[in-house]
Design a protein around this ligand. Structure first.
Ligand code: RIB
Ligand code: CA
Length: 313
């Protein structure tokens, strides 16, 4: 089986970090063509540095890391240091990374890489605000046909919002970019809070990661131990939802997930519900079914996969 070419667009973030480590531990299935970074959990300078630190940690200093947009298309940037800490990846030591930062802008990397590809060739995996992806589609609409599918983390339907009562963080930060992406016409798999809130980093699961006893698993454990504290207090749950790695797990073992083809539209006008993802789950409208809305996951199977892959480092 040939590995699936993917581009990961991220805003590390501890959960982004785990998604990167899971993806980079799976070279037989996922061919990471490059990592693009966007402002989100923390400002762009930090998300770009953090992506490089994670490439160092994974032993992949040759990977291209491309800094992208430093603010949303229209609105001002909203960050989430209260969740991720000031560095964005609190829980591990911050050192000057070896992995270089490319001088090519992320949007240009996306446009150039997709322009040079065959039709339906590359899977995009955005796990932060969708600013870079939207900007690339606006700059070069012809790249859309080169996208095999988009597997993204964002949105909420049955779960309330985690940033406002109505909206999940990635979509809330840049709702206009999300609107562009959801209207792009390519196959889109959406990992919203409805599914990510089913994969909790319980104490038992953290212990299994710690028991792997390798430097990467230790770093993953320490980041998750930090990441846990905010959401455990917020939700009163045994562990925090592990959002972003659901995208990589879907690409590796799609059978772990259940999805339904639905229409999804984003609120970009009303401030009260800004960034809300209106998912027509029961098809009460005749709006086009533009996404696969993922609503169920085998959470034990998800963690078995994650822990097995972290054990490969
Ligand atoms: O709402 C969760 C999402 O927002 C995750 O991608 C997390 O990293 C933050 O970006
Ligand atoms: Ca993220």
């Amino acid at each position: 089986m040939t590995a699936c070419p993917i581009i990961i667009d991220c805003d590390p973030g501890q959960d982004d970090a785990i998604m990167l480590l899971l993806s980079l531990a799976s070279p037989d299935e996922l061919d990471v063509l490059g990592i693009t970074t966007v402002a989100g959990n923390v400002p762009l300078a930090f998300t770009s540095r953090n992506a490089r630190i994670l490439c160092d940690l994974a032993g992949r200093q040759e990977l291209g890391v491309y800094a992208g947009c430093s603010r949303p298309l229209v609105r001002r940037l909203v960050t989430a240091e209260e969740v991720h800490g000031k560095t964005g990846i609190d829980g591990i030591e911050i050192t000057e990374p070896i992995t270089p930062l490319s001088d090519i802008h992320a949007v240009d990397f996306l446009v150039e890489t997709l322009s040079a590809a065959e039709k339906n060739a590359i899977t995009l995996v955005p796990i932060g605000p969708l600013t870079n992806i939207a900007a690339a589609l606006i700059k070069a609409p012809e790249i859309a046909e080169k996208i095999r599918e988009i597997v993204l983390m964002g949105g909420a339907m049955r779960e309330g919002g985690n940033t406002t009562p109505s909206a999940e963080f990635n979509i809330y930060v840049d709702p206009h970019a999300a609107d562009v992406v959801f209207r792009c016409g390519r196959p889109i798999v959406v990992m919203g809070l409805d599914v990510t809130h089913q994969v909790l980093t319980t104490q038992a699961r953290l212990k299994r990661i710690k028991a792997l006893n390798n430097p990467v698993a230790d770093a993953a454990h320490n980041m998750l131990a930090f990441f846990d504290r905010h959401d455990v207090q917020k939700y009163g749950s045994d562990g925090a939802p592990l959002h972003d790695p659901c995208t990589a797990a879907y690409l590796l073992q799609p059978e772990l997930f259940k999805a339904k083809t639905c229409n999804l539209e984003v609120e970009i006008h009303a401030e009260l519900t800004m960034g809300h993802t209106a998912v027509d789950f029961w098809q009460v409208t005749d709006r086009p079914k533009n996404v696969q809305w993922v609503h169920e996951v085998d959470s034990d199977g998800f963690f078995d996969l994650l822990i097995e892959r972290l054990g490969r480092y």
